[in-house]
Design a protein around this ligand. Structure first.
Ligand SMILES: Cc1cc2nc3c(=O)[nH]c(=O)nc-3n(C[C@H](O)[C@H](O)[C@H](O)COP(=O)(O)O)c2cc1C
Length: 212
């Protein structure tokens, strides 16, 4: 997670990965703690990451506590401090299938596009590209300046999937969580992860219309 708005997208992706039995290595950038605090009221602590993560993931996009049942027991989630450049995901020999940056700030997009590796998140992204593993970048900013657009093209050229956090309205959304799940689902689609987060287009117009 980097420090763009959109922590509900990250929560939806994390829940879906855990639901399908994937293991997750979680990195929360320093700026992302600010967006988490702003968007959820949760002050994310390295030393108590499991408690804070459990509380966060149980919330819906509207902030209501206990909306989701979350099982964080066992070792399916590993948390790495963003400043820990000796962490597992900083090496290509660490057994990772790929990496999802959700949400991705324009600063993170720039850092990864330029190969800066200034923190664990950026380093792990560079490693993912050099190992030719799937890298999905869910950028969240609007409008986009030319610099960011060029960085996004560089990421696409390098093999990453750029998946803007831009919800669609054809899938019949009636709640904020539906819009969040659409973006999270498209992120997982780009990584080839099975999920049932949104209703797919079936070729019939009118499926997204709300009842009168
Ligand atoms: C509450 C808040 C919301 C932000 N929203 C965005 C955003 O939507 N997109 C973005 O690119 N940056 C956003 N920023 C700015 C980034 O956090 C900032 O550029 C930071 O340096 C990103 O660092 P990181 O990529 O290491 O996480 C936001 C910052 C704050 C405090």
């Amino acid at each position: 997670m980097s420090g763009a708005s959109g922590t509900p997208y990250a929560a939806a992706v994390l829940r879906a990965l855990l639901d399908v039995g994937e293991s997750v290595d979680l990195v929360v950038s320093r700026a992302s703690r600010l967006t988490l605090l702003d968007e959820t009221g949760i002050s994310f602590r390295d030393a108590h990451w499991r408690d804070d993560l459990r509380e966060w993931l149980a919330r819906g996009a509207d902030g209501k506590p206990g909306a989701f049942a979350v099982d964080l027991d066992g070792d399916r989630v590993r948390y790495w401090a963003a400043g820990d450049l000796a962490a597992g995901p900083s090496s290509g020999s660490y057994p990772a299938k790929g990496m999802l940056i959700v949400p991705a700030s324009t600063a993170c997009v720039a850092g990864v596009a330029l190969g800066l590796s200034k923190d664990l998140l950026q380093r792990a992204a560079s490693v993912t590209l050099k190992e030719r593993r799937p890298l999905v970048v869910a950028v969240r900013e609007t409008p986009l300046n030319g610099q960011t657009l060029r960085h996004l093209v560089a990421l696409d050229d390098a093999g990453a999937s750029v998946v803007p956090a831009s919800p669609a309205f054809y899938a019949g959304a009636t709640h904020i969580q539906d819009l969040v799940d659409f973006v999270a689902g498209r992120v997982l689609d780009a990584a080839g992860v099975a999920h049932g987060l949104y209703r797919r287009w079936d070729g019939e117009l009118g499926g997204g219309a709300r009842p009168a």
